[in-house]
Design a protein around this ligand. Structure first.
Ligand code: ADP
Ligand code: MG
Length: 701
């Protein structure tokens, strides 16, 4: 087959033409033959056999059964009437349910007469039911099973309106198979195919569209999922290997005076075992000849900052500068103040660079970075700007990685002739499966232990109707000298409305907590940054007791005296965000509280989120639930969503396949990093093709 055939524009496929091509593109993103080929059905109708009730599986397949209605009744409920039939075969019973047209249907149905029924089954309260089944009397039923299952393709209203029905979609794919003469070149090597007993690509593609039976469908799905995940892993791991071989890093051979002095005289507490372990891992990286690219995961409050600082001291001991980049000014400020305080009398020159640093000061910072006078630069995105040049940057640390895009990570690479070591830190725990896919090219360290003496935050869910009680509780806490956060959602699409909620909330707080007894700060995104800083500073100093804010305070802010976090409209936040917010309290020795406020109307997903928060303080557990609820695409926030738009595999459900794919990729690349061996020729070719047509993730720099 002409290898470029699959890149042919879909207009040229017989039966398509310009109008349909346009609809296919706008509705399904299908532009080429290849896109159509990988537009897989999302379910299948199985009329290849008659199932027995005891053979039914809890899945969404649509199946047919033969049996009789033995009982019929109408059930009245608040929400309306429904007609319920008990349907039986020789193996068991199930229910058939109608919510509409009961009267007419009831008249038609015959008791104790064999029917063939067809539909999707639901599993509820320990038995199966089938809503609105298609029914034929067995005597009228056209005998003759189908040879194949019927594929059902994802569709949209517009597609159906424009006449591109499921049948049309299926026919187009058939046409494609005819034109391509069913010769789809193999992409995997014989070795992989044999070891995993995979279907050939051609067979897999055929069976994913037109499965001959359930078993072949399963094998086709496995093969295509494996392939998809395998090439991603191949890419990630080959990058990692190549980087370790090729990209030399600065060897930080010395553990010198700064590190040791700090360790022995200035460390404000004993390191936890987890912190020690991670510092060791980082030291091993920095001492080797390769460039470090490490992801440091640790739940909020686990003490990542000190790890960052000690790594920067290692850089300094070896004559290098370092940079610590944070996603917000508030956080950069806090890091700066915090580092200055911890470093105390040590002679380490450290500066802060953010968008609001004055030009004159900025000029001095630029100079001192270039002549090497400055040792450590703390800042925001401003640090990434091209005009910020270092004399000798050896280590760049990014805090709260999930707020940065990959492009920003790569900017740091170019701040020295040899790329500096990179440490990215995140408090959004990333489930292992996801980390393997998103950050598969990074080494990973985890701080899985909190400093001693922390009391877990008590989390409760309260309805808006109980607000007065909540206010009384706040007053008690404030009377004890504690401080309180009240956080409002701010979601892009409804900014104006959210802003109004925030202001209304602020006003009602002011009424409830009047001056002069109470002082309230407010911080939100539409304020000038000086004003934000000012308000924030008042809260930090304890001049105000209540901080009303949007999620700008979400990341990193550390105020140990703040012990209550109230999250308004908590149902509108994602799980990981709720967990992040809660992490702002519980930072001192006092018992802290997180109160999730909502109205009475909640979706079941929102319920799960709130329940999870109330039940668990464990960031990794929460991340797992989040991943299950939202799927990987959304989990990483807008910047990274879309990166995980896999065609067929699902990182959560296909975790085993992911592991297998990763295992194979590692084995193959360890033996043959360049895929130069004859036996890996197919892999090399497929990989090159995938990269060329951008059909593989290409975002990791
Ligand atoms: P995060 O991992 O969320 O960035 P921080 O580095 O801000 O956490 O640390 C949270 C708090 O815990 C800080 O007040 C810090 O001083 C304190 N801390 C960190 N490590 C320890 C430790 N080993 N023992 C006691 N307190 C610690
Ligand atoms: Mg932090």
């Amino acid at each position: 087959m002409n290898p470029n055939l699959l890149q042919t524009h879909i207009t040229y496929l017989k039966g398509v033409g310009p109008n349909r091509a346009q609809v296919l593109q706008s509705e399904l993103g299908i532009q080429t033959y290849e896109d159509l080929l990988s537009h897989y059905p999302n379910r299948y109708i199985d009329k290849t056999k008659y199932y027995k009730i005891n053979e039914l599986e809890r899945n969404s397949a649509e199946v047919q059964l033969i049996g009789k209605i033995i009982h019929l009744k109408t059930v009245e409920q608040k929400r309306g009437k429904r007609l319920v039939a008990t349907f039986a075969d020789e193996t068991g019973e199930m229910e058939l349910v109608w919510f509409r047209g009961q009267k007419w249907i009831k008249e038609q149905l015959k008791i104790n007469v064999p029917y063939v029924i067809f539909g999707r089954t639901n599993w509820f309260n320990g038995s199966f039911s089938m809503p609105h089944p298609e029914m034929d009397l067995l005597t009228d039923h056209e005998q003759g099973l189908r040879i194949t299952m019927q594929p059902i393709y994802p569709s949209t209203e517009k597609l159906s309106n424009k006449g591109i029905s499921n049948r049309v979609q299926s026919n187009l794919v058939k046409q494609l198979f005819t034109e391509a003469n069913a010769s789809f070149p193999e992409t995997l090597s014989d070795q992989v195919l044999n070891e995993l007993k995979l279907l050939s690509r051609k067979e897999a593609l055929f069976n994913i569209h037109f499965p001959r039976d359930q078993h072949l469908l399963a094998r086709a799905q496995f093969r295509l999922k494996f392939e998809e995940l395998f090439f991603i892993q191949l890419q990630l791991i080959s990058k990692k290997i190549l980087r370790k071989q090729k990209i030399k890093g600065f060897p930080f051979a010395e553990v010198g005076e700064h590190f040791n002095t700090f360790y022995h005289h200035h460390l404000p507490f004993e390191l936890t075992a987890a912190q020690q372990k991670v510092i060791k891992e980082i030291r091993a990286d920095l001492g080797s000849n390769a460039q470090m690219n490490r992801l440091l995961q640790g739940d909020v409050g686990s003490g990542k900052t000190i790890v960052a600082l000690m790594s920067m001291l290692l850089a300094l001991d070896n004559g290098f500068q370092s940079a610590l980049v944070a996603p917000t000014e508030i956080l950069a400020n806090q890091h700066f103040n915090n580092l200055q305080e911890i470093l105390g009398s040590m002679e380490i020159r450290i500066a802060l660079l953010t968008g609001s640093v004055k030009k004159s000061v900025r000029k001095i910072i630029h100079e001192q970075l270039e002549n090497g006078k400055l040792h450590i630069l703390v800042g925001t995105h401003a640090v990434l700007e091209h005009k910020v040049q270092f004399q000798n940057l050896g280590l760049a640390i990014i805090d709260e990685q999930h707020r940065f895009g990959v492009a920003q990570r790569s900017k740091l690479w170019h701040k020295n002739d040899i790329p500096p070591h990179i440490l990215v830190m995140t408090a959004t725990p990333i489930p292992r499966t996801l980390a393997m896919s998103l950050y598969g090219d990074l080494d990973i360290s985890v701080i899985d232990e909190l400093p001693p003496g922390r009391k877990p935050v008590k989390t409760v869910h309260r309805y808006d109707a109980n607000r007065l009680k909540v206010f009384r509780f706040l007053k008690d806490e404030i009377a004890k000298g504690r401080q309180v956060y009240v956080v409002y959602p701010l979601i892009q699409e409804s900014q104006a409305l959210d802003y109004k909620d925030l202001m209304d909330g602020y006003e009602s707080m002011v009424r409830e907590f009047p001056l002069p007894q109470y002082q309230i700060s407010i911080v939100h995104g539409q304020m000038k940054s000086e004003d934000k800083e000012y308000e924030m500073a008042r809260f930090v100093k304890g001049e105000t007791q209540i901080m009303v804010a949007t999620t700008v305070i979400e990341v990193g802010v550390n105020i140990p005296n703040a012990t209550v976090m109230i999250i308004e409209s908590a149902e509108r936040f994602g799980l990981s965000q709720l967990h992040q917010l809660r992490g702002r309290v519980g930072r001192g020795g006092d018992q802290s509280y997180c109160i999730l406020m909502t109205g009475h109307k909640l979706s079941s997903e929102a319920h799960t989120r709130l329940e999870t928060m109330v039940r668990s303080n464990d960031g990794f557990e929460i991340a797992e639930v989040d991943l299950k609820l939202r799927g990987p695409g959304d989990l990483m926030g807008t910047q990274q969503s879309g990166l995980l738009q896999l065609k067929i595999a699902d990182i959560v459900k296909d975790n085993d396949i992911l592991k297998t794919a990763r295992y194979f990729a590692i084995q193959i690349l360890n033996e043959d990093p360049q895929l130069a061996l004859e036996k890996n020729k197919t892999l090399r070719n497929s990989y090159t093709q995938l990269v060329k047509h951008k059909n593989i993730w290409n975002y990791i720099s």
